[in-house]
Ligand binder design. Structure first.
Ligand SMILES: Nc1nc2c(c(=O)[nH]1)N[C@H]1C(S)=C(S)[C@@H](COP(=O)(O)O)O[C@H]1N2
Ligand SMILES: [Mo]
Length: 327
């Protein structure tokens, strides 16, 4: 092929990153200047209410990718969240009035510390970290997103799972009044997902409460959602109200709907086709990604990496598992 990699400039992917980091630097400088008088950073993670409220004291993470970020617009207007409709623009359009506060999370099942926790207490006192991760959807698109979250491992350990706790099962809010998509049986509501304890205590797994340094927009799963970067996006359950430690393997909503298409593990695997399409490649959402000549040339298509590129860190979790059967 003569045309190799055209030098595509992606304004939507580049500009926001620059303005974003400039703004972050400014904020950091302002915090250093003013913060010292108050005796340093706050002791606990604070979760402000309100749209686009900024999160403070975000640590950076060595796990972040240095790929170009998707723009704030990409990240917040192209979503999957069937509770608000089945098309990619529905969540942005239909989730604006969703009430993500007050919010509680029920911790139940085989663990020492169970109960109902206010969101703030649930994530306290763990550090808020920025984790720039790829999100790879089973529908063959991907994005690079600057999540802000807390380590799921820390939270799981704090609740002290018992020895018969083999899995963690999460549930999304059930509220058809606020979630119009739940008035239709597109999925078995409430949305459910699960991880093994080993997956849930892996340092890459986070519970995200923000994106782009701000509280999570409703369409992205406010106020708290799972991000497991080596798995297809559908594992990343949004609007979490329940975390249960179980002995039996949970059945996620997509697995229940179509077990031959969506397995429990849902590890990103370019070698295992979805029954209706190949998973070998993916389209990076972005300015050059969607339309016109560039998409015809396939400039935005790229090879999908095993475990979404996190194989070195997570492959050992699946030693001895046949990943074709356990997809
Ligand atoms: N409760 C709930 N969580 C969900 C979904 C959903 O429909 N309902 N969709 C999943 C799918 S298929 C994907 S790809 C990701 C998309 O996350 P994003 O919109 O933040 O990019 O959310 C996941 N979490
Ligand atoms: Mo997805």
């Amino acid at each position: 092929m003569l045309i190799r990699k055209p030098a595509v400039i992606r304004p939507s992917a580049i500009t926001p990153r620059e303005t974003y980091f400039n703004r972050r630097e400014l904020l950091r400088a302002a915090m250093l200047a003013g913060g010292a008088a108050f005796g340093g950073p706050a002791l606990s993670a604070a979760l402000p209410d309100g749209k686009r409220a900024r999160l403070d004291d975000i640590k950076s993470s060595r796990f972040s990718t240095d790929e170009e970020l998707n723009s704030y617009t990409d990240v917040t207007t192209y979503n999957n969240y069937y509770e608000f409709g089945t098309s990619k623009s529905d969540p942005f359009r239909n989730a604006q009035d969703f009430e993500a506060r007050p919010w509680t999370i029920r911790v139940s099942g085989h663990a020492e510390k169970t109960g109902v926790f206010d969101l703030e207490d649930f994530i306290r006192p763990y550090d808020l970290e920025e984790r720039i991760y790829r999100l790879r959807c089973v529908e063959r698109w991907s994005m690079v997103i600057p999540w802000v979250g807390v380590s799921l491992a820390e939270i799981v350990k704090r609740h002290q799972p018992l020895s018969n706790a083999k899995y963690v099962r999460f549930e999304t809010l059930l509220d058809p009044k606020q979630m119009p998509g739940q008035r239709y049986r597109t999925l078995d509501w409430p949305y459910v997902e699960g991880l093994t304890i080993a997956e849930a205590t892996h340092p890459l797994a986070i519970l995200a409460v923000g994106v782009y340094g701000e509280v999570l927009p409703n369409q992205n799963g406010a106020p708290i959602r799972l991000v497991v970067p080596w798995k297809y996006g559908f594992k990343g359950i949004k609007g979490i109200v329940s975390m249960e430690f179980t002995e039996k393997r949970p059945i996620g909503s997509w697995e229940r709907a179509a077990p031959n298409e969506y397995g429990f593990y849902a590890n990103v695997n370019p070698n295992v086709d979805h029954p209706r399409w190949s998973q070998a490649r993916e389209r990076r959402i972005g300015a050059s990604g969607g339309t016109g000549f560039q998409s015809l040339l396939g400039a935005s298509m790229q090879d999908t990496l095993m475990f979404n590129g996190y194989g070195e860190q997570v492959a050992h979790l699946y030693d001895g598992l046949d990943l074709r059967r356990n997809f």
